[in-house]
Ligand binder design. Structure first.
Ligand SMILES: O=C(O)[C@@H](COP(=O)(O)O)OP(=O)(O)O
Length: 300
């Protein structure tokens, strides 16, 4: 799909618009002076999506998902660095949204602290939680790749509608997750909470929250930070950018790197997402996350 196609814009429309603009500019070059500032006005809202800083199990290469883990030392530094960078760019958040998992909340705190914006209200919802990885929770990705093949691990991690096997009561982390009282506070009964999820199912549970709670804040003019997880952010990106079911497989987010989306008044992106920071470091961090699903050389 073409770049414009991702946003639902037909190629014919793009060409006829370019022709029309070219025609106007050739009639009167001063049109350009009017056009340039107005093109930038198309961007009405700035939204920052953030995968939390590195968590303890990211470091150990284990599927963490709904297990509550704190940030690693490196994750704390990543979140603080992210806050400093957002401050330098002049961001002033009006609302922050997080999941109900500590790593996303702790990241939001550290970001706001580094920005001197601790007072900004934070709202938490299970609907921004990481994807429920079902029976895979706690397992090491590289070991899974050795036992089931790298292709299968990639399908579990990045495909749109493949659901890993569900968690059941015999799973070592079942009780820890479902006896946790944070899950009594959800807007669905505990026994209806997921036992596994595909990315599609993450989007299904996230969208009502995006539409009913987050969008109204953005439309009121608030600059919003969503501090969440690799896959809850991927699901939202898929929705906002109209990424196809096949192309979403290629999207991987590193920890602690803010993703800037500039949206028009209908909350459609006006330009490609921007991962803020040193681009070489960001590419290396993305590769590191992708490689987590590969067999470790010595074990082949
Ligand atoms: O559940 C997890 O372990 C990771 C995502 O794992 P992958 O999809 O990258 O395997 O989620 P996060 O660290 O963003 O909370």
């Amino acid at each position: 799909m073409s770049y414009f196609g991702r946003f639902g814009i037909k190629p014919g429309f793009v060409w006829s618009s370019i022709n029309r603009i070219w025609w106007l500019v050739s009639l009167n070059p001063k049109t350009l002076l009017w056009l340039l500032p107005n093109i930038s006005l198309m961007s009405k809202h700035k939204l920052i999506l953030l995968r939390h800083g590195e968590g303890a199990w990211n470091k150990e290469n284990r599927f963490c998902s709904w297990v509550d883990q704190k940030l690693s030392e490196n994750g704390v530094l990543e979140a603080q660095e992210c806050g400093r960078m957002l401050k330098q760019h002049g961001y002033e958040f009006g609302r922050v949204f997080t999941s109900i998992l500590s790593r996303s909340i702790q990241t939001a705190w550290l970001v706001l602290e580094a920005m001197g914006q601790e007072w900004v209200p934070i709202t938490k919802s299970w609907r921004l939680n990481e994807r429920h990885y079902g029976a895979l929770i706690g397992l090491n990705r590289a070991e899974m790749a050795l036992n089931h093949g790298e292709k299968q691990v990639k399908l579990w991690r990045r495909s749109y509608d493949i659901t890993p096997p569900p968690i059941n009561e015999s799973h070592p982390y079942f009780a820890e997750i479902y006896n946790d009282r944070r899950y009594n506070t959800c807007d669905v009964p505990k026994d209806e909470l997921p036992k596994t999820e595909s990315l599609k199912e993450v989007l299904d549970r996230l969208l009502p929250y995006w539409n009913d709670v987050i969008i109204p804040e953005i439309k009121c003019g608030q600059t919003v930070l969503i501090s969440a997880h690799g896959n809850s952010c991927r699901a939202l990106l898929k929705h906002l950018e109209g990424i196809s079911d096949t192309d979403i497989v290629k999207v991987t987010l590193p920890t602690g790197v803010p993703v800037l989306l500039e949206l028009d008044e209908n909350l459609r992106p006006v330009k490609p997402r921007e991962l803020l920071g040193d681009q070489a470091k960001i590419q290396a961090a993305i590769k590191k996350v992708e490689d987590q699903g590969k067999v470790v050389e010595g074990n082949k």
